[in-house]
Design a binder for this molecule. Structure first.
Ligand SMILES: [Zn+2]
Length: 156
């Protein structure tokens, strides 16, 4: 019995710093969500919508936002907002660079921004650091029109 008790304590001690770290990390995603919900509620108000059913965002690997944490933060941030019942769809973008040596555009990994064609390091980021509100689906809007605000997040 003594052994079992000491295992439980050891587990608790291990969990404490991990969960604190997670809360700090989630703060960033929460502030991203709050900014996004501000934009979404403006869009809903402009179109006379009662509520929002779906929000689609596009996230690049270099945006500093983790999709999994953003979804988690969204379930908290949406409470009491126009998007309280909304679903969050996340489209993950790839990292793409333009090579100033050979002129090719290629998809690369986020930790190695090297031209896939010639291997040169002198590349410019074409995409991969985006954090975009791609679309918003509204319930009972007063007039129908396609929505594609494509707004850059203000967090950067
Ligand atoms: Zn190249």
């Amino acid at each position: 019995m003594t052994i079992l008790w000491s295992i439980a304590v050891a587990n608790m001690r291990l969990q404490a710093p991990a969960s604190r770290w997670k809360i700090v990390t989630l703060m960033h995603e929460l502030s991203v969500c709050q900014g996004m919900l501000g934009q979404v509620s403006n869009i809903a108000r402009e179109h006379g919508a009662e509520s929002v059913s779906r929000i689609t965002v596009r996230i690049g690997p270099l945006s500093g936002v983790e999709p999994r944490l953003l979804k988690e933060a969204f379930t908290i941030a949406r409470m009491g907002s126009v998007a309280a019942e909304a679903e969050l769809l996340i489209e993950e973008l790839s990292v793409r660079v333009h090579c100033s040596q050979c002129g090719a555009d290629s998809n690369v990994t986020s930790n190695r921004l090297v031209c896939a064609n010639c291997g040169d390091w002198q590349t410019q980021l074409v995409s991969g650091d985006e954090l975009l509100l791609a679309s918003v689906e509204l319930n009972n809007p007063t007039h129908e029109e396609p929505l594609s605000p494509g707004l850059q997040s203000e967090s950067r």
